[in-house]
Design a protein around this ligand. Structure first.
Ligand code: GLV
Ligand code: MN
Ligand code: MN
Length: 421
């Protein structure tokens, strides 16, 4: 699929990865937690997550990597360099959404692995050590907060706070880490730079026929748990005017979240993705509803205004519908701007390899967003089919995945050669 063409013997520019090997590894990994509809269900810190971690660790060890596991279960695999320098980092996550796809996260990890394998193929020793990191619980669907492992790494949350988080069954992160054997004790290494390849998860690259996105930054996010309390009552005898219907309040909030997103600029997004209705019986007016709100925006100020609007809507709905509505903020990170020099490096790597490219903003959160708080970071996007992700039908073209990995390899080599860090 890919070939080695016109490699400059001095600079090593033009080196290509083995796209077939990358694809085969992605498909092998996708068997762990495979769903009948062609997706992957590999929730964080489950036995399946443990199995995927062990498989990829074996592959990384085969590349001569030393493996370190830190206290939140992040896996740091290091291929030694020739000089005493901080490693150049690559990576992403292996956990998936409940109905996830084969590429979200897995691609970034296995692109990093493919870079190491390609360095081995060509007998290349880098000055810096080169790292692949597998971050714990990027998805945030079993345990909040999202991007937990990279958040602990960057100091966004304390380790203790994260270890104590519980899933819906009451299992804590600490227990779940122990159960799969990934409660580590090693220190996490500092990085000279961090590159994270990922499918775009949106429609822009595909629509424009562009292969590489040099990601400039990511939308800020604010997530809330909303608890609406009314009163359970009989669906027949209770007159409409007497009802304190928590689900009706929830419906009004859902509509308000959408309206708030529509009414704000700067790539505003608003989503209610989870709803839990109590007692959830068809002939009982629901007395209690829990729901989630996910707001995103490219500007922190606008994000704050969206939150103010939500609070005002909730107060108005509580008053008009005689409900109690509580909002708890569970995730907040401002819009992120990646390191300009690394974004340029990605762009230049794409140009040297002859791939079409553009700058792009990520609508999704990624581990790179937190890593960027501690070290220079950037991301490389490749197109995904129909812009669909967080869905079992998520798909990407082998040649695009290979191109993104070639750009990663080129960027890592350029950084290694040029950075006097
Ligand atoms: C992470 O997957 C996000 O929700 O952006
Ligand atoms: Mn991801
Ligand atoms: Mn995801």
């Amino acid at each position: 699929m890919t070939s080695i063409v016109s490699i400059d013997p001095q600079t090593r520019e033009g080196l290509r990865c083995n796209g077939t090997r990358l694809w085969d590894s992605l498909m092998t990994l996708a068997r762990i937690g495979a769903t009948p509809a062609g997706g992957v269900r590999r929730l964080t810190l489950t036995e399946l997550d443990g199995e995927s971690r062990r498989l990829v660790i074996d592959w990384l060890r085969d590349c001569g990597c030393g493996i370190r596991i830190d206290a939140i279960g992040n896996i740091h695999a290091t291929r030694p360099g020739t000089e005493d320098l901080d490693p150049i980092g690559m990576g992403s996550h292996l956990d998936t959404q409940p109905n996830g796809g084969r590429f979200d996260g897995a691609y970034g990890v296995l692109a990093g692995l493919e870079v190491l394998r390609s360095l081995d193929d060509h007998g290349i020793r880098t000055r810096h050590p080169v790292n692949v990191t597998i971050w714990t619980n990027e998805e945030g669907s079993r345990f909040t907060p999202v991007m937990m492992g990279s958040g602990v790494y960057a100091g966004a949350f304390t380790l203790e706070h994260c270890l104590a988080q519980r899933d819906r069954e009451g299992r804590s992160v600490g227990d779940a880490l122990d159960a799969i054997g990934f409660a580590g004790r090693d220190a996490a290494p500092a990085l000279a730079a961090y590159f994270e390849p990922h499918i775009e998860q949106g429609p822009i690259l595909e629509a424009e026929g562009i292969t590489i996105g040099a990601v400039e930054g990511a939308l800020g996010q604010r997530w809330f748990d909303v608890l609406i309390t009314g009163q359970d009552a009989h669906a027949g005898p209770t007159p409409l005017a007497m009802r304190r219907d928590a689900l009706l309040g929830a419906a009004r909030i859902i509509a308000a979240v959408r309206r708030i997103a529509e009414e704000h600029p700067d790539e505003a997004r608003g989503t209610v993705g989870e709803l839990s209705v109590t007692p959830n019986s068809r002939n009982v007016i629901p007395g209690r509803v829990a729901l989630t709100v996910d707001f995103r925006n490219a500007r922190d100020e606008t994000l704050s205004r969206m939150v103010d609007a939500l609070r005002a809507e909730c107060a108005a709905i509580a008053a008009s519908d005689r409900l109690e509505i509580g909002l708890e903020e569970v995730v907040y990170f401002p819009p992120c701007h990646f390191d300009p020099a690394l974004v340029t490096l990605v762009e230049q790597a794409a140009a040297r390899l002859g791939h079409s490219h553009r700058r792009i903003t990520s609508g999704a959160g990624h581990d790179a967003v937190y890593v960027a708080r501690r070290h220079p970071a950037a991301m490389i996007f490749v197109p995904c089919e129909g812009g669909i992700s967080h869905n079992e039908i998520e798909n990407a073209q082998p040649e695009h995945l290979a191109a993104g990995t070639d750009v990663l390899l080129e960027a890592v080599l350029a950084f290694d050669r040029d950075a006097a860090r």
